[in-house]
Design a protein around this ligand. Sequence first.
Ligand code: KIV
Length: 275
Amino acid sequence: MSSQRPETVRRFAAPDVTARKGKTPIVCLTAYTAPVAEILDDHCDLLLVGDSVGMVVHGLPNTVGVTLEMMILHGQAVMRGSKKAMVVVDMPFGSYEGSAEIAYANAARLMKETGCQAVKVESGPTIIDTIDYLVKRGIPVMGHVGLRPQSVLVDGGFKARGKTSEERSRILEEARATANAGAFCVVVEGVAEGLAREITETIEVPTIGIGASAGCDGQILVTDDMLGLFDWTPKFVRRYADLRGEISKAAAGYAEDVRERRFPGPAEIYFAKAG
Ligand code: KIV
């Protein structure tokens, strides 16, 4: 019997992300399923199991209805599909705001049941102490400032943030406090380039931009947006494919073949053995 342990690939991890501050941009995408995670794993440093899964996969109007159980199931699938990328799972609305202790119990459950390397929380004044509490107890935390989708019902919809000088100062302060509380990186969503650059220059950990210009240390997009699965995408999304068109074309071809009895053909059926 060989005394060698099977070869294991070390995943990208929180210290690797932090070490990339100001260096090669960090490539991140969202993932929700094992097969897509497997494809993205070759190209990404980090896969985020975002609570956007509620809107993208489950057809919810926003992320407020996403549950811890949904995040665990999708987190497990993404971990099974990937080998190299760091996997971060979003803490859903209602799973961390109540108290640091509740946040710790839910973050620990997410990490134990999925095997992910970190959790993400949407930062705000009431969450800073919670980030500190989680990090001090061994849970790597990714912060999220600017447009915070879990707060759209209070903040007034999915629109860019930081348009007034008061709001810009508040977002900059939230990013600084998030980094100082120990977050290993901070997602900056839906803010103008000037503010994104100022945050990036001010905080010591990497910023990951989404709708926040190339002035960040890394970028993230919702994968289904950049694959062109929706007929509408926000201004900041670049579509790298037209999967909506491709899927529609494929379904139309299949439907026509079935109706015309062209599918299945001889190559797609089983034959009984002779004799
Ligand atoms: O839930 C999500 O997908 C996110 C990204 C958009 C950053 O939070």
